[in-house]
Design a protein around this ligand. Structure first.
Ligand SMILES: Cc1cc2nc3c(=O)[nH]c(=O)nc-3n(C[C@H](O)[C@H](O)[C@H](O)COP(=O)(O)O)c2cc1C
Length: 319
């Protein structure tokens, strides 16, 4: 069977929108033209309170780019990606193209197969330790996309980072604007975006780290795992290009984890507050700009969060 370029492109776009995004905002628009797909930042979907400047939205779009690349590769085609192709249009994040037919690499097929299975697992994980080979694999995944993944229990910084997460969580918890924005994206929205109640975890009963609570306040508390594996994804510099690259690396880490049977959830609180992010940066090192903080472990099964239909996020340029 001959798979047409347009079917491959659709497969790439369907995979792209499965990328994670802050509060499931899906801050992307894909403009499909005769020679490729232009990916734009949807500025109306950048979170004004937790994501001033759009750093997290660019991470999400970077993750979408990796999904596109992997799905196209798994379908047996090469792809081209040009990040920030036009300096005069910073909202144009990437130009994506389909290249020649070619055999997929085994790793590309495995990671592409993990795209529909990956989800943010905010529930407590089991106490099973994450073995050395899995730690090595997620670290290598970040490196493959030009980022770094620091395992905080190995670097001796876990206690200090945990205190930054707790402080940032308290600062956000006391901010009415934070609560308004969270409520806007966690109530029943109905259009295939936002965080549905089923995707939230229970309130943490003590524990080292507060997982952001998305469910109703009446939910009971439960203890989380005693020795969480917390990793910091960092880039050697910062700015829109680094943030896009961090998004590709983030998604490669998440898909590698999924492929290994691991679950992950985000702890973005200290990265979302400029002053605390600066403290985290100082703690991790001059060349380690923190982009994402993740919790990894063996979780229980869960369900993927819905997305808006492809028609809501694509525009077609007439031939
Ligand atoms: C940059 C970024 C930051 C995020 N920060 C958090 C966070 O702090 N807490 C949280 O529970 N989820 C966080 N998420 C996860 C999103 O809420 C999640 O990706 C979205 O709801 C879609 O669900 P899925 O990941 O299960 O597909 C973040 C996602 C991204 C891309």
């Amino acid at each position: 069977m001959i798979i047409t370029e347009s079917r491959v492109r659709t497969a790439g776009l369907e995979a792209a929108v499965r990328a994670p995004s802050p509060y499931n905002t899906q801050p992307w628009i894909f403009e499909v033209g005769p020679v490729g797909v232009d990916l734009f930042l949807d500025e109306d979907r950048v979170l004004a309170v937790v994501d001033t400047g759009g750093r997290e939205a660019r991470l999400a779009c970077g993750a979408a780019i990796l999904n596109f690349r992997l799905a196209v590769a798994a379908a047996g085609w090469a792809s081209t990606v040009e990040l920030l192709p036009d300096r005069t249009r910073p909202e144009l994040l990437a130009r994506l193209g389909i290249g020649q037919a070619r055999c997929p690499k085994a790793e590309e097929s495995r990671l592409a197969a993990a795209i529909p299975r990956r989800f943010s697992n905010r529930r407590p994980f089991t106490e099973a330790p994450v073995p050395a080979h899995a730690r090595h694999a997620v670290t290598a995944a970040a490196r493959a996309e030009g980022a770094n993944l620091l395992l905080l229990d190995e670097s001796g910084t876990l206690g200090t980072v945990a205190s930054l997460v707790r402080r940032a969580d308290t600062v956000q918890g006391e901010d009415p604007a934070f609560h308004r924005e969270l409520a806007e994206w966690t109530s029943e929205r109905g259009g295939g975006d936002g965080v549905p109640a089923f995707a939230g975890g229970p309130r943490s009963a003590g524990g080292l780290l507060p997982v952001r609570h998305h469910g109703p306040d009446s939910q009971p508390e439960r203890p989380y795992e005693r020795d969480p594996v917390i990793v910091a994804l960092t880039t050697p510099s910062d700015g829109p290009l680094s943030q896009l690259r961090a998004g590709l690396a983030l998604q490669r880490v998440l898909l590698t984890a999924t492929d290994l049977g691991l679950s992950a959830s985000f702890l973005s609180q200290p990265i979302e507050i400029a002053g605390i992010r600066a403290e985290l940066h100082q703690l991790l090192g001059a060349h380690e700009h923190p982009q994402s903080l993740l919790r990894l472990g063996y979780g229980y099964p869960g369900s993927p969060t819905p997305r808006r239909p492809l028609t809501a996020v694509t525009r077609r340029i007439p031939l």
